[in-house]
Design a protein around this ligand. Structure first.
Ligand SMILES: [Zn+2]
Length: 628
């Protein structure tokens, strides 16, 4: 979520002096890290080490795979301010600077770190950019050219000229400043590493760099740009007029029927070309238009047919549809009119997120805040899921709140947990706790827009294992009355002595009755009618009461010895509670109860009899927990 998160090789050991005698140890200890630029800067001024290039399978230049940060080493006497002014005048802004271990006031030694606006995966471009930066700025130690360049930190403790949002754009810097004299940096590095038989990928791109006298774009720059999510470049070459659509449908019609795939991936002959999705030496791809006027990309050797959105998703390796759509909108200059509603909703949620993270919620609802301490991450994650839904689908319930759905399992994944059953169950319990406080609302199917229901069914598929159940939620906004509801619920939670571990339908039901429990577990509000259809529970008061009494007895028995029989229920109700029920009435209530509490009726076979210590004759029907 943080755009300042970058990948690099990183070693967090904080050296106090330059570790000249420990270079080998540092090399071996570097690991690939996702780190914010802020944190990296702070670590470097306190002695940590890093490599801007991401190396996989070894720590040599040939192991280079990608890079976003670029470092320059200044040690020929230029002073910090002078260098900073120089790059600023060139319009190349570093994210930060720091002094090295050997920096002295009379001889400045320092580094400048830049961040490219996209991750560069093409070694050729990486080398060009590094060489251009070194050449145009000047006075830089040539050793910092290498792809495997290691940078030690320093002991300056203060980050110089921090501007963590600053980005450079490789394409425009190379275009503006590339000079063929800078080729020497690349060829020097090459001749040094020549004796090491580097991998094909490395030497190939090197050779290519050497044969191109002038700067040449990639073989297919558009495809590369999609792969690297380089919006700026595509925006420039596609040069699309801005369009604002009234709604999503209009938008999608336009995307599928008006946009030209051949233009997007820069193909001259759409009838036959080498596939851009795989290493294709004989043209096996083409672009065609369906009867409905939708353009499709077809790769015959992989037997793939994709529309423009799917093609972008695959090429760009997008993990979320939302991001891919955003990317399409960005590169083609498209937008959809945002309703006042969606703007408001997003602002509401942003406000909640900042209230939670800035500890304002603690002041507003102290007890609730205390209760949900461990559930906060789950809550924040749900808020951000809801926030994304404001944009991607204008779904709302009758109160105008955003309705969204997610499974416990998916939430656990989003929270970066190992998704074992225990963790997933824990997330489920946190959610019940949040629902209890009315921080989120769990909805039953009748409150859900039909379109969303269909989407959810598609999303969950047929996987009905525990934790995969799709639940629907809404987030009530924190108007003043709502805040007092939340805090009151928090106080009640404490008074009742609820614990996370005990969270279950039963816990809430025993302590606060059916309505409270049912509001937390809306699926229990349903029952099957005589025709086997699922209908809302609309029973008379007496039968409700009877059902409750019966279920209480059943649950008690099961808690005590693991099972219960219908005879027992009649006996216990009559003797203990002086409450007469017929077996028919029990039968009438039983299905409902079993549905509600996850119980089942089975014939006690030999195994079950042993398990529950049943010593009666024959094989009676028993009611037990329906363990999935
Ligand atoms: Zn292909």
């Amino acid at each position: 979520m943080n755009d300042n998160n970058i990948k690099c090789m990183y070693f967090n050991h904080r050296f106090k002096e330059k570790p000249n005698d420990k270079v080998g140890w540092v090399q071996k200890s570097l690991t690939q890290a996702d780190i914010t630029i802020e944190n990296l800067a702070d670590a470097l001024v306190n002695g940590a080490s890093f490599k801007p290039g991401v190396l996989v399978g070894g720590n040599k230049a040939k192991n280079w795979t990608q890079q976003q940060l670029f470092g320059l080493d200044f040690d020929d006497g230029i002073r910090i301010e002078e260098a900073y002014n120089k790059v600023s005048s060139l319009g190349i802004t570093p994210c930060f600077m720091y002094t090295t271990f050997s920096h002295k006031e009379e001889h400045h030694k320092f580094r400048m770190i830049f961040c490219n606006d996209t991750v560069i995966t093409d070694g050729n471009i990486r080398d060009r950019l590094q060489a251009t930066l070194m050449g145009v700025i000047g006075g830089i130690d040539e050793v910092c050219f290498n792809r495997d360049r290691l940078f030690f930190g320093g002991k300056g403790q203060v980050v110089l000229h921090p501007d963590y949002e600053a980005r450079i754009n490789a394409e425009s810097i190379i275009e503006k400043y590339w000079n063929k004299d800078y080729e020497q940096y690349i060829s020097n590095a090459k001749s040094k590493s020549k004796k090491k038989k580097s991998t094909a990928a490395f030497s190939k791109s090197k050779d290519k760099a050497n044969t191109d006298k002038e700067y040449q774009p990639y073989e297919n720059f558009n495809v590369k740009a999609i792969k690297e999510h380089d919006v700026e470049y595509l925006r420039k070459v596609l040069a699309h007029e801005p369009i604002e659509f009234e709604n999503k449908n209009e938008f999608w019609d336009y995307i599928y029927s008006e946009l030209d795939i051949a233009e997007l991936i820069d193909i001259d002959n759409p009838c036959s070309f080498c596939c851009v999705l795989h290493d294709d030496h004989n043209p096996s791809a083409n672009i065609f238009t369906t009867q409905n006027g939708v353009q499709k990309y077809r790769c015959c050797s992989e037997n793939l047919t994709l529309n423009i959105k799917q093609l972008i998703e695959m090429l760009g390796n997008f993990k979320s549809e939302y991001k891919a759509i955003q990317f399409i909108m960005d590169i083609y200059n498209l937008s959809i009119k945002e309703s006042q509603w969606s703007i408001e909703q997003r602002e509401n949620i942003d406000l909640m997120i900042s209230n939670i993270t800035l500890n304002k919620f603690k002041e507003l609802c102290p007890q609730a805040d205390k209760n949900i301490k461990n559930a906060k991450d789950t809550f924040l994650m749900m808020l951000s899921i809801a926030r994304n839904n404001v944009y991607s689908e204008k779904f709302s319930n009758n109160d105008g709140e955003i309705v969204f759905f997610v499974t416990h399992k998916r939430l656990a994944e989003c929270l970066g947990m190992n998704t074992n059953q225990k963790r997933i169950d824990k997330v489920g319990k946190y959610i019940k706790m949040l629902v209890y406080h009315d921080l989120i609302r769990i909805l039953d199917d009748s409150q859900i827009p039909k379109e969303l229901l269909m989407k959810a069914i598609k999303y969950s598929g047929t996987d009905k294992r525990s934790g995969n159940h799709v639940n629907f939620y809404a987030i009530p906004s924190w108007v003043i009355q709502q805040l007092s509801t939340i805090e009151n619920n928090g106080v009640r939670w404490k008074e009742k002595g609820y614990r996370i571990a005990g969270i279950s339908f039963d816990m809430f039901y025993r302590s606060e009755g059916f309505d409270v429990a049912a509001s937390l577990y809306p699926q229990y509000k349903k029952k099957k009618n005589e025709d086997g259809e699922i209908v809302n529970r609309t029973t008379t008061k007496t039968s409700d009461e009877r059902t409750l009494k019966i279920s209480e007895v059943i649950l008690n028995c099961i808690r005590g010895k693991g099972y219960c029989t219908e005879k027992e229920v009649v006996y216990i109700l009559g003797n203990k509670y002086r409450y007469v029920v017929t077996e028919t009435q029990i039968k009438r209530s039983l299905n409902e109860i079993m549905d509600s509490y996850g119980l089942k009726k089975v014939k006690a076979n030999k195994v079950l009899k042993e398990q529950y210590n049943i010593d009666s004759e024959g094989y009676p029907n028993i009611i037990i927990e329906d363990v999935i």
